[in-house]
Design a protein around this ligand. Structure first.
Ligand SMILES: Cc1cc2nc3c(=O)[nH]c(=O)nc-3n(C[C@H](O)[C@H](O)[C@H](O)COP(=O)(O)OP(=O)(O)OC[C@H]3O[C@@H](n4cnc5c(N)ncnc54)[C@H](O)[C@@H]3O)c2cc1C
Length: 230
């Protein structure tokens, strides 16, 4: 039952992302039909980007909802996936603990515990003891769906998630904030980095919310930006 590290892969993203957003933007303000706008689209990338940036900065976010992104994520704890699935504009398909036997389950160790060798050892012993107990329950005829009740939040999971670009920006704004737990922050940072690699202009949007607001609205600020009241 090995300790595992997070893996994130961007498995689907439209190759004509700029064309789709540009068509959506221009359709709102042009006498031409959407079909003609798309057919006669400019090759001038800077022109497309200039319009798209202007529209996004004016808060016209429906234009970026047309862009759907899909990620495959391995070795993320059940604690972190529970946080991820709270986002209601995301779609999920997650490894089932009802159908997949979790004997010798992989686990994700929080960095804070990993840094302390004494606690790390205790953590691993607890995982091993839980794994044995789980096997005992399953061997005694308890269904996996009931035996899983004893599994820890650290159990590694596997999930496919899809979301549109507007939701990715929202997710980044909330989950890149230092108030978010480190594991989900790392997962969302990896998701954003993969998208930014393909579309570098999105870097200014895939940021913690304080970068977008210009101030911190949290009670306990990390100090990156001044708080709302100065
Ligand atoms: C640092 C941090 C700490 C947290 N702590 C806790 C906690 O202690 N307990 C807890 O239960 N949760 C906690 N959460 C989860 C949080 O309350 C949200 O459930 C989660 O972040 C999803 O955010 P969201 O609703 O904005 O996003 P999404 O569900 O992704 O929705 C995006 C946006 O769509 C709109 N929207 C979606 N659904 C509705 C709706 N039904 N009605 C109106 N508008 C809607 C809203 O504008 C929303 O912001 C925490 C989150 C963070 C980032």
């Amino acid at each position: 039952m090995p300790k595992k590290n997070l893996e994130v892969s961007l498995i689907a993203m439209p190759s004509n992302l700029l064309d789709v957003i540009y068509t959506a933007c221009r359709t709102c303000y042009s006498a031409d039909g959407a079909v003609e706008i798309f057919k006669n689209i400019t090759d001038d990338k800077e022109k497309k980007l200039a319009l798209i940036k202007r529209i996004i900065s004016s808060g016209h976010y429906s234009t970026i909802e047309h862009i759907q992104l899909t990620f495959a994520i391995n070795n993320i704890s059940r604690a972190a996936t529970h946080q991820l699935v709270r986002h209601r504009h995301m779609s999920f398909s997650q490894k089932s603990q009802r159908y997949v036997k979790e004997a010798d389950f992989d686990f994700v160790m929080p960095v804070a515990i990993e840094k302390n060798p004494e606690l790390e050892e205790k953590f691993i012993k607890h995982m091993e003891a839980t794994s044995k107990l789980y096997a005992e329950f399953v061997d005694a005829g308890i269904k996996k769906e009931d035996a899983r009740s004893i599994l820890p939040n650290a159990t590694a999971s596997s999930i496919v998630t899809s979301l549109n670009l507007r939701e990715l920006i929202h997710l980044a704004n909330l989950r890149l904030c230092t108030r978010a737990q480190l594991e989900i922050r790392m997962a969302v940072a990896k998701m954003c980095a993969l998208v930014i690699k393909e579309e570098p202009w999105l870097a200014e949007h895939l940021v913690p919310k304080c970068e977008r607001l210009g101030y911190c609205d949290e009670d306990n600020s990390c100090g990156r930006k001044p708080t709302k009241n100065g």
